[in-house]
Design a protein around this ligand. Structure first.
Ligand SMILES: *Cc1c(COP(=O)(O)O)cnc(C)c1O
Length: 402
């Protein structure tokens, strides 16, 4: 009796936590083949700008079903290269959702453009396509759609808006590698699509990113952009015995090393099984959360398959007596590594200091943000791990209910 009281008592109040050790919200899954792929390259002639770069790009383009894939050293670099390739420059406006990682907006600023924030749907947190057209001006050049959590946006509706107004459609698919929309693969749904290979993302190369497109001109621009704006790379010159190179414009060093490309390629082969693992965990969560009061998962539309980079739940703040910060702290004390994705970007101090952002208001994003929690999801989670998360939620929410 005494012991069960201690177990029911919240860990934040001195009770026994549901788990001994913190369960993280995301982590990489590497196996022996991944490690061997990296070691092979470490023993080869080319640590960077070698053959693995083109091999990874070709394998990725093939897996997504597009003509071109350009590898870079982060998802942020991918977004920056994409903004460069589509010609975003000083004063250009780019429309994107209020709820995303800061990099989606920052890449517009890197090019001197202006991010214009659009509100999101409350049930999916995806950009609300009905709120876009009122934001379009003569300066608008592009829309960046973000497949929040791994759920593809409404690409047919976005394409219609872009066609009608002569805009370029960019997809920030850093969450959604492996997902589909109306049976078409993410990566081939927009004019340009960006991916991240950070360790918490669907596949990893340590750090890394990729851009896919079907426009060879965009691809050529991005390959030059990642190499200082220089038109040939080190290996091409070595092979040709040449020393002259031309820098055409101001670029960056956004190259990804060969051992990282080898890791990314090795991970890519496992993409179908990684997605399946994530979907199975999500299914179990769906079943658990259907039975826990005070919380519900985001909506899943029936014309997509979800990659589940994140599994996001929303708290029913009318049902529970505490706010998200309290629930977050209580779950962390139970050693459940919950997280929050994301504060509306324009609420960050850097953006608040910009006079252009002063009257930006996305009411749905601001309201729904207060309810969001991302819960642990990664392929190697066991059934017991998933159950622990559900037990901890029930324990915390039952003690915080009205
Ligand atoms: C992770 C992420 C990025 C940035 O990727 P990095 O590889 O960390 O630079 C951009 N946009 C979204 C939506 C992301 O989740």
């Amino acid at each position: 009796m005494k012991e069960s009281n201690l177990i029911n008592k919240l860990a934040i109040d001195g009770g026994i936590p549901v788990r001994d050790k913190m369960l993280p919200y995301g982590r990489q899954s590497l196996d022996k083949k991944d490690i061997e792929a990296v070691v092979d390259v470490l023993q080869s002639d080319w640590l960077t700008t070698g053959p693995k770069v083109g091999e990874f790009e070709a394998a990725f383009a093939d897996s997504v079903g597009v003509e071109e894939a350009v590898v870079v050293n982060s998802g942020t670099a991918a977004l920056h290269a994409a903004m460069h390739a589509i010609g975003i420059s000083s004063g250009d406006e780019v429309i994107l959702p209020a709820i995303t990682f800061v990099a989606t907006a920052n890449c517009v600023l890197y090019q001197g453009g202006i991010p214009i924030f659009a509100d999101v749907y409350p049930d999916t947190m995806l950009i609300d396509v009905t709120k876009i057209e009122s934001k379009i001006t003569s300066k608008t050049k592009a829309i960046i759609a973000v497949d929040y959590a791994g759920h593809p946006c409404d690409y047919d509706a976005l394409r219609d808006i872009c066609d009608k107004h002569g805009l370029i459609l960019v997809s920030d698919a850093c969450h959604s590698l492996g997902a589909t929309y109306k049976e078409r693969r993410v990566g081939a749904l927009a004019d340009v699509t960006t991916f991240s290979f950070h360790p918490v993302k669907i596949i990893t190369s340590g750090e890394g990113g990729m851009i896919t497109c079907s426009n060879p001109d965009y691809a050529r621009k991005m390959r030059t952009f990642r190499n200082h704006g220089i038109t040939t790379d080190h290996r091409q010159r070595a092979l040709e015995g040449a020393y002259i190179y031309n820098m055409e414009y101001l670029g960056f060093n956004y190259r990804l090393s060969d051992f990282q490309c080898a890791l990314g390629m090795s991970q890519l082969y496992k993409l179908p099984s990684i997605i399946l693992d994530r979907q199975l965990i999500a299914q179990k969560y769906d079943e658990y959360f259907a039975q826990i009061n005070g919380v519900s998962p985001l909506n899943l539309l029936n014309n997509v398959t979800h990659a589940y980079h994140l599994y996001v739940v929303k708290l029913d703040l009318e049902y529970i007596t505490m706010n998200r910060t309290d629930v977050f702290a209580a779950l962390r004390s139970e050693n459940i590594g919950v997280n929050v994705h994301y504060l509306p970007v324009y609420k960050h101090p850097f953006y608040q200091n910009n006079t252009l952002m002063l009257d930006v208001v996305c009411p749905i994003a601001e309201l729904e943000y207060q309810k969001l929690l991302s819960i642990p999801i990664f392929p190697s989670m066991s059934d017991k791990d998933v159950e622990d998360v559900a037990i901890a939620f029930k324990k915390v929410l039952d003690s915080y209910n009205n």
